[in-house]
Design a protein around this ligand. Structure first.
Ligand code: PEP
Ligand code: MN
Length: 637
């Protein structure tokens, strides 16, 4: 059952409730959501729920209807984010696990680890104990394989996962690996599940060859009841009458499972298809279907592989697949997980008056909680970093400049609304602030109301003018008589509706704003044009730029300059770029404040590496009256 606690419950009252449940034989888990805190109580014991409901501090008690309890979405509404080393799986990320089917030798695992890491995999896989259909096939290198996998993971800074086939191996494996893998053949090996669950470590749980979704979730329940809450589910194809592929990939399991459980679900197109050429299209299908990641087998000499060669991608194919996933990610509202950013642990700055110890982990954005800018923040930074919502763009820059926040995220361009000039102007003015990153977010608008309000009740619609404009077709058709009221920002419109409790009004905003405010979405995806993206810059002070960029390949630069008022002066600058093969991606001009009819230019250009730009700076300075690099970063796609 789920025990929903009152917001003002005291620690003593909470402990009392927990003790009574435990005395009655329940396992108790506390789950803190954005809004409520609940206790999940599971076990075989029978108890009249009213006994709990009347206890001080308890708001209500709700039974869990599914046979799996701890794994169920009923118990925990928010997505579970599983941490595998520094890598996170779940939420709005797409995490890619790659490596050979089996660890075969030191050389082999090191070569492949380097290749998959370079292409963008964040977790390294490789079997050391192989569950083979034939006892005469290669069975894996055992502990030697674990050692080699660990070595490759450490060398290339990747957490590692490998399959456990026997309860007796759990103890020795846990010191070598970051995540256990339970293979399809062992999904219902309950003794193994219990032993692995007891470690409390992350587990990748493959779906059994002929397991129903419910059986699969019951296996996850075993792991959770034994002591881990870090479970990632993996759809890897099921046995059907079809013989054309090794198994039949059940893509529809992804959205089904996501509805039923808060645990992340990923897909394995390698074992599902068994055929190299089918792996990449099915990987994309899994991502399109909402998977939180994929696991793929990669081998640089698949013809020599000791197992699963025919389904292993060549490193070049894997690299191409990573690029396709990257392009697809924003369409499904996700970002590909890269090796996590290191946020500097402290900022040494005596000038920052209000600098507290949290500042080094704080990211500033403009808007209220749940705004699209906050979504952009979460695409780049982990949930552990705090956010600082700011009223104006200028406040974001001030927060970063003063050290109140270590990074800021500001919109720079929307595919429908065009350039956000204010932020270019601020970038130009704030000399100590530099662009360090770029992120893209797909803008999906929803009609949001106070719980229980129906479409027919809506007489007024609040949103940012862009939100109203971008949903014009929907409003004309479904709410032609409703008054459209411009608001400061989309998420702010939602919190305003919540405060007023209006029963005759709706707001247009992103889904996080509804979730954050406990409001109801009555229509999803109401924007006229679905190809609606906003590009954001990540900004920081100079001294924190290197930390942000240390793990990514810098391939873009943003610069600003003024030119003299004479023929060909702009051409001269562009000519330098052209002559050095730099592909310009964007050119904007802005009037210079206080100098009527004179203009500043902003250019974004492709870059082979940072040194390329350094060499050109003297030439560019000579051809301009003022020149500044606003920043260098990794392009969002
Ligand atoms: C594997 O991942 O190497 C494996 C054996 O997978 P499955 O258990 O899905 O067959
Ligand atoms: Mn395999």
């Amino acid at each position: 059952m789920i025990i929903i606690l009152k917001q003002g419950i005291t620690p003593e009252e909470k402990n009392n409730v927990k003790s009574v449940l435990k005395e009655n034989g329940f396992i108790v888990k506390e789950i803190k959501g954005e809004q409520d805190t609940v206790l999940g109580a599971v076990g075989v014991a029978r108890m009249d729920p009213r006994m709990i409901e009347i206890m001080p501090g308890v708001s209500s008690v709700v039974p869990i209807s599914k046979p799996y309890k701890l794994a169920s979405r009923e118990l925990k509404k928010e997505d579970t984010i599983v941490s595998v080393g520094r890598v996170k799986i779940g939420g709005n990320r797409i995490a890619v696990i790659a490596g050979p089917c089996a660890v075969e030798s030191c050389d082999q695992i090191m070569r492949i680890a380097e290749k998959v890491r370079e292409a963008g995999a964040v977790v390294l896989r490789g079997g050391a104990y192989k569950p083979r259909t034939s006892p005469y096939s290669f069975q894996g290198l055992g502990e030697e394989g674990l050692k080699l996998l660990r070595k490759a993971g450490d060398t290339f800074d990747m957490p590692v996962t490998t399959e456990v086939v026997s309860p007796r191996d759990v103890e020795i494996m846990k010191d070598y690996i970051d995540m256990f893998q339970i293979g399809a053949r062992n999904m219902q090996n309950f003794e193994l599940l219990k032993e692995v669950g007891k470690t409390g470590m992350p587990v990748l749980l493959k779906r059994g060859l002929s397991a129903t979704i419910e059986e699969w979730l019951m296996a996850a329940e075993y792991l959770m009841a034994s002591g881990t809450d870090q479970v990632v589910l993996c759809e890897r194809g099921i046995r059907t009458y079809e013989k054309a592929t090794r198994n039949t990939l059940d893509c529809s399991a992804i959205p089904v499972v996501q509805k039923l459980t808060h645990l992340p679900v990923i897909g394995d197109p390698s074992h599902a298809t068994g055929i190299r050429d089918m792996v990449s299209p099915m990987a994309l299908a899994l991502v399109a279907g909402g998977a939180s990641g994929i696991m793929v087998e990669v081998h640089d000499h698949p013809e020599l592989a000791l197992s699963d060669g025919p389904q292993s991608l060549y490193p070049e194919q894997f690299e191409r697949l990573m690029r396709d996933i990257e392009a697809l990610a924003p369409v499904v509202g996700k970002a590909v997980e890269r090796m996590p950013r290191l946020v500097p642990s402290t900022i040494m700055d005596a000038s920052a008056e209000e600098n507290d110890e949290d500042a080094s982990r704080t990211i500033a954005f403009q808007g209220e909680r749940g705004a699209f800018s906050e979504l952009a923040v979460r695409r780049v930074f982990s949930e552990e970093e705090k956010v600082l919502p700011c009223k104006e763009f200028k406040d974001v820059f001030d927060a970063v400049a003063s050290g109140k926040a270590v990074y800021g995220v500001v919109p720079i361009e929307n595919t429908l609304g065009g350039t956000v000039f204010d932020n270019y102007d601020l970038l130009k003015m704030e000399e100590n602030i530099t662009v360090v990153g770029e992120v893209q977010v797909r803008i999906i608008h929803n009609l949001i109301v106070n719980p229980g309000v129906a479409l027919a009740d809506v007489r007024k619609v609040y949103s940012h003018p862009q939100g109203l404009a971008q949903c014009r077709e929907f409003l004309d058709k479904e709410l032609p008589d409703a008054e459209r009221i411009p608001f400061f920002d989309t998420a702010g419109a939602v919190s305003y509706l919540k405060e007023t409790g209006a029963r005759d009004a709706a707001a247009i905003a992103g889904s996080p704003a509804a979730m954050y405010n406990g409001m109801e979405i009555i229509r999803q995806g109401i924007e006229t044009n679905a190809r609606n993206y906003t590009r954001f810059f990540v900004i920081s002070r100079e001294e924190n730029a290197a930390t942000f960029k240390s793990r990514a390949h810098v391939n873009r630069a943003a610069v600003t300059f003024n030119v003299a008022d004479r023929p060909g002066s702009l051409f001269q600058v562009l000519d330098i770029l052209q002559k050095h093969g730099m592909n310009m991606k964007k050119l904007e001009s802005r009037p210079i404040l206080g100098k009527p009819w004179e203009y500043s230019f902003f250019v974004e250009t492709e870059l082979a590496d940072e040194d390329e730009l350094e060499c050109l700076i003297p030439m560019l300075k000579e051809s301009t009256t003022s020149f500044r690099v606003l920043g260098t970063y990794t392009a969002a796609h």
